[in-house]
Design a protein around this ligand. Structure first.
Ligand code: ADP
Ligand code: MN
Length: 515
């Protein structure tokens, strides 16, 4: 089980639509995740039940899967790969059965019959089913097939004396070449030549062979491309299976499409499915898929590596798990924010690197980003004060700094600003936390000053207003230097006391440790 399979609690209060008030998602306080004996037991039970269910649903598939894929008795049907292979096999068998039916229908009683052999998905050596083999042998009667090609034996010649025929004999070679065309891909049109006494010269055969193989490669490439474009960029098969399971389980009704493709994530819209005993699913959901292409995350190390909440785990993790941790971080941060009453998406569920949350917007149309919306000067002023307020709440109540706050990550919906995209948010005592906060303040100040809000504080005033610190430097460079000095003092404290300051003091003095 994922250590964080279920969204943490959400209180009855807080912003958002009416469905939230019915939300029965448990108690908010416990953040430590422990695994009780009961949990273990129930997980085992769940596995057993799942196995039973699957055995009932795919009895012959499971039996067949023992052949080429799995040896031994332990068939772990909880594996995604396994499930995919099972589904693929089932599909291939159905497809072949359909081919056989069509073949029969077309051929009927006719003396001339055609064969779809080359189009089959399941090949005899993949399968231990004798039924398939019988069908395969039917193709012996295909009249368009040349008789067994006359081949020359290994030593390269047959016959004796002047009747000797070598492997270079033109007629034999020509026939052999014609027969060999059968090996080209099924979609390669070779005409009826195979059934006739056609003799292809080596030169012609080689040219044809070259062409047939390059066609095969080209078609494979095209197919691959198509696969990728239809598979909604950056969603690999494993993720697709995860999404598929969410729909299959009824948690989501449908996944309608992609809202956004970013460097680090892809966001989809979905209609919520059925509520379960312990969960109310919002009518519309956003699914954030954290990209598992690792290179994009390399330069984000600094956010998470120094976040003490994740510090112990960071060193032990492989890159794939680190990406899951981003998703986990976003979930925890959103939960904190929601608990503080800050307008933000509400977490529905986290599965590996896929985070499902409530959708900000309506009828599949996401709320516009602040950068894309034109607000009246009144709304602009309202938005500014709301953000000032939210930044203070975030810092004081959630103990968080957004760390990527800008008009790109604020949505305008229902006459107010909603904060999103908090996977990189950190606590203020993070080694670079105050620098991140200063950057956030700069973005916000600049946006609203440019947007004509006369009351908007400058970035330094905003920083002090949010943090409660009283940095007096009146220029950017000195201000930044004081911020870094504070961060350093905090780090030294960690070095000397092995403990982090839980907050910075808010009276302008050097930070004091606050039990
Ligand atoms: P990224 O790291 O790619 O910037 P975001 O969390 O900012 O990820 O999401 C990208 C875009 O997807 C956002 O700008 C927004 O338009 C849309 N989006 C994300 N979450 C939601 C949501 N809960 N409701 C509506 N739209 C969302
Ligand atoms: Mn974003």
């Amino acid at each position: 089980m994922d250590s964080v399979g279920v969204a943490a609690a959400a209180p009855d209060t807080g912003p958002g639509p009416a469905w939230q008030s019915k939300c029965p998602w448990g108690a908010p306080s416990t953040t430590s995740i422990s695994c009780s004996l009961a949990d273990v037991m129930s997980e085992q039970l769940a596995k057993e039940l799942q196995l039973e269910e699957e055995n009932a649903a795919f009895p012959e598939v499971v039996a067949a899967a023992e052949g080429p894929f799995i040896t031994g008795e332990n068939i772990d049907t909880s594996s995604d790969l396994m499930l995919a292979q099972m589904l693929q096999m089932e599909f291939d068998r159905e497809y072949d059965a359909q081919l056989r039916r069509e073949e029969k229908k077309i051929n009927g009683d006719s003396k001339v019959s055609i064969s779809f052999e080359n189009y089959r998905k399941v090949h005899p050596y993949d399968s231990d089913s004798s039924e398939d083999e019988v069908d395969w042998q039917d193709t012996r009667h295909d009249p368009y097939r040349a008789d067994k090609p006359t081949t020359t034996p290994r030593r390269g010649f047959i016959g004796k004396g002047k009747d000797i025929t070598t492997k270079h004999d033109e007629v034999v070679c020509g026939r052999k070449n014609t027969a060999r065309m059968e090996n080209f891909a099924p979609e390669f049109q070779v005409g009826d030549g195979i059934g006739m006494d056609l003799k292809l010269s080596n030169q012609v055969f080689n040219a044809l062979k070259q062409h047939a193989y390059s066609e095969e490669r080209r078609s494979a490439r095209l197919h691959e491309k198509k696969e990728h474009s239809t598979a909604e960029k950056a969603v690999d098969p494993k993720t697709r299976l995860l999404l598929y399971k969410m729909v299959n389980s009824g948690m989501l009704e449908t996944i309608t499409g992609c809202i956004s493709t970013g460097k680090e994530s892809v966001v989809f819209h979905a209609y919520g499915g059925n509520a379960t005993e312990d969960k109310v699913i919002p009518p519309e959901c956003a699914i954030k898929v954290f990209k598992t292409t690792l290179n994009e995350f390399k330069n984000r190390d600094k956010y998470i590596k120094d976040d003490y909440r994740f510090k112990d785990r960071f060193s032990k993790l492989n890159p794939r798990k680190i990406i899951r941790m981003w998703a986990e971080k976003e979930m925890h941060n959103l939960t904190r924010m929601h608990n503080a009453g800050i307008p933000c998406p509400q977490v529905v569920i986290l599965k590996k690197h896929v985070l499902v949350m409530s959708f900000i917007g309506q009828d599949q149309v996401p709320a516009p980003k602040l950068k894309d919306v034109t607000l009246s000067s009144e709304d602009m002023k309202k938005a500014y004060y709301q953000i000032l307020n939210m930044m203070q709440q975030l810092y004081r109540e959630c103990n968080l700094v957004h760390a990527d706050l800008s008009e790109y990550n604020m949505l305008w919906h229902d006459g107010k600003v909603w904060l999103i995209d908090v996977s990189q948010s950190v606590e203020p005592t993070h080694p670079h936390g105050l620098e991140f906060l200063f950057r956030d303040c700069r973005n916000v100040s600049q946006f609203f000053q440019k947007g004509g809000v006369a009351e908007a504080l400058n970035e330094r005033e905003l920083f002090n207003a949010v943090s409660g610190l009283n940095i007096t430097a009146d220029n950017e460079v000195d201000f930044q230097a004081e911020i870094e000095a504070l961060e350093k003092m905090n780090e030294d404290h960690v070095q000397n006391h092995g403990k982090k300051l839980s907050t910075f003091s808010s009276d302008g003095d050097p930070p004091i440790y606050d039990e």
